[in-house]
Structures are given as C-alpha cells and as structure tokens.
Design a protein around this ligand. Sequence first.
Ligand SMILES: *Cc1c(COP(=O)(O)O)cnc(C)c1O
Length: 389
Amino acid sequence: MSTLFDDQIPITKPNLGLEEWESIKDVILSGWVSQGQKAAEFEDSVASFVGAKYAVAANSCTSALHLALKIHNIGSGDEVILPDSTCMADANAIILSGASPVFVDVDEKTYNIDPQKTEDAISSKTKALMAVAQNGMSADLDSFRSIADKHNLVLIDDSATALGAEYKGKRLGSHGITAAFSFHPRKMITTGEGGIIVTDNKELADRARELRSHGASVSDMERHKAKGTIVQQYFVNGYNYRFTDIQAAIGLIQMSKLDTFINKRREQAVFYNNAFKDIEELEIPFVPENCYHVYSSYPLKINSIAKFTPKDILEKLSEKNISCRFGITPLHQEPYFSSQNLADRDFPGSCLVSKHTFYIPIFPDLSKKELVYIKDSILEFVDDLRKNR
Ligand SMILES: *Cc1c(COP(=O)(O)O)cnc(C)c1O
C-alpha cells in the first residue's frame, strides 16, 4: 500500500495497526456508532490513567477547551490570559466563548508561558489563565495556581500535547485543575480527531456533558436504555461536540499502548540529546527538575553564534527527505490579530523561539536507523557550514 508517508521521514506518524482495525469492527457491527458505551469506557480509561475523577470526551481538544471555558462561566467581557507562543486553537476557543485572548510572552528556555509576565498582564477584566504544556512538557502549574488564587481567577491547563507528562511527580490532569488533552495524530495518542477534559468536580463534568450534547439533560444512551420513555429537556443552549464509539474503540487500544509510546519517545529524545548536547550551535530542550517530559515534539534551538537559520537547515533536511517544522509563529504576529498592533518587543521570548527553533521527527515507530540518519544529516550540515566559515 502506498501512502503519503512513503519516501520521507515524516515529522510524526501515528502508531495504528491491526488491533485498532479489529477494534472498530465490533462497534460497527453493533449498530451503535455514535457516543455510547465505548465512549464512556474510553473516558474512564483516560480519567484513571491521568488520575482525575471525571473525563468528558469531545470531538476535538479545541471543543474541549471551549467547554472548559463555558463550564467555568467565562464569556463576553472577560479576558483570558494565554501564551503568545501556542496553537491558534487556544485563541480560537477563547474567542468562541465570547471572551478576549490576552497574549503573554513565553520563557525561551521552557517554551511555556512566563509566570512573572502573566501576573503583569492581569487586568480588572481578567477571568481566567490558560496554562499550556508545550511540546509535551508541563507549564509551571504551581506558580499559575498561586497567581490564580491570589487574583481569584480560573485556571485551565491545555495539556493537548502532554498526555502522560508529569509535574512534581503527578500526571497532568491530576492537579485539581480542569485540563484538556488532544487526540489529533500529532499528539501522544490518536483517535483521528478528538479531545477530552478532565476534572475532579462532578458538577463541572455534568455541565460539560450537557453542553457537549446540544444542552440536553439526558444522554442518547440513557434514552435508548429507557426505550424512549424519558424525554430530554434543554436548560441551556449547547453544541454538538460529541465523541463517537468508533473513535473510542481506537482510543482504548491507543491507551493500552501509551506507556510504550512514552518510553519510545523518551528514548529517542535521550538519543538526540546526547547527539546534540555538545554542538555549540544548537540547544537541546531544557527540562526543569519537576517536569517529566513526554516529547510529543522535539525542538532544537539555534544559538546566536550559529551562521545558519532554521530555513537553511530545513531546506537541507528536506533534500534528504527528512520532514521538519519551523518554530511556532507567535500569535500576536498572526494576521487575524494585526489590528491589535501588538509589538514584537513585548514578546522577546516567543519571537526568539519562533525565529530560532525547528522541530525534528520524533514518533514511536521512528527506527534506530532513521534516528541515526537524522542525527548524521544535521551534524553534516553543521560541519559543512563550520568549514565554510
Ligand atoms: C493540538 C493542540 C490543540 C488543539 O487540539 P485539536 O484536538 O486539534 O483541537 C490545542 N492546544 C495545543 C497546545 C495543541 O498542541
């Protein structure tokens, strides 16, 4: 079978196989393909893995984040603080809730939002902080928790990239903060598309379930079990953010492989770290002692002494059929936000990260041979440039 992945080492590739293929067969033959029993099992599996009491799956992490904002009553007139260097989905979810995103610079070492600068950005309209785990590594949650407590703000943890990552020895999702995870193929596990929120608060979970399904007071499955004798009511207007049992069947298999995925990614990161740690032009990812990194992505930063840019190295690696990515464009630079006239000088961290970082392939099925080939290609490129200096 020829695929889009032929002839190149992709930046990422999900590990999906016959087990996932088999798992959807039962769901399809059962006749119940929308959100039902399998989705509930999958929610339980994620909740127990991360160590949260409740999990509510949704059709994407963006929807999950929107639900997270809504269940905490964030909306029109409110400001929500988020990192300037993150996925557009964070800003989109905030805008969708009716609130306004307020960008805060990131720490160039961790790629995560800077706690001190967060405190400086708080206004009388600030209602929530969105901490984001970038690349598979937690933000400094305790700093954000104390800022949130001090200013009476809601804290939401976008852990889209970081299922299995830990902060202070506990997995993200188990810190008593409403957290969201993504199941897009670029993330730790995949269900095609999909997301989930986790919380320890039953009332918040119930509200999320209601909003996820048009605002209905009764789920489709409950109505089915009651053979139509119960009728749903609508106390709120909601959305259709439901997950499907087909996705859940895939997700349950993926969950059973998650420990292996994490171990593989961490081994690959150790290989890259050892290969690049003594190259003076490059900076390997910095991991604070209190973080357990799961490397959903592997960024390399180019130091100021280097005579090359991410574009130079990406072009070289592309010729070698290695697919890489540029660092994240700061949100304040996106055309959509141009009317806000935000200045680069207020975001030195996210500007630096975007100008000097590039991402190299990392995913569970990346072979040792491919890893060595990627390492050799990067070292060869750096060596050639040194000779030409
Ligand atoms: C991928 C990602 C999202 C969006 O997830 P979807 O499931 O694609 O909606 C949100 N935030 C971060 C940090 C992400 O990396």
